[in-house]
Design a binder for this molecule. Sequence first.
Ligand code: HEM
Length: 145
Amino acid sequence: MDDPSRPRSAPASAGTHAKPSTTSQSVGKITLRPGYSQMDWLRRSKRERVDGGVGDVDTRRTISLEELRRHNTRNDCWIGLRGRVYNLTAYVEYHPGGAAILERSFGTDATALFDKYHKWVNGEYIMRATQVGVMPGFIDDDESD
Ligand code: HEM
């Protein structure tokens, strides 16, 4: 007999199963394409660097605001976040908040907007495979990378 105290559906954390997502994922009004869930991204970025194919990147290179600003298009977008610079280009399609809202942050220090929408999200962890450098004056307090 069914035990009414046991949930019938999978818990929310079930999205972390090992297979790539094969159905669309809806977060709020945003629908992500199959294969573009956060788990798909984490799996991909664990496997490979996703820095836009610029090759052997010195992730500690200082990137001027002027250089950051030049990467401001959908096919070549970098953002600053807490002193690190990330190549967001590949992640845009995986962003649960959608691509459109990210556009205004392309080529800028997006820390304030990031915190406005989701201070709780660990952007440094999610984006670690995309780091292309650091912002001027950045002082690293994490020796693990
Ligand atoms: C490093 C870059 C970013 C990463 C890794 C990231 C990651 C995420 C994640 C994981 C979520 C889902 C949060 C949740 O369900 O609790 C999300 C939602 C969202 N993000 Fe981002 N994000 C980034 C940048 C930004 C920026 C720059 C903006 C604004 C310009 C933004 C706006 C939003 C919005 C509006 C949502 C939807 C919030 C909601 O539905 O409540 N994100 N993002």
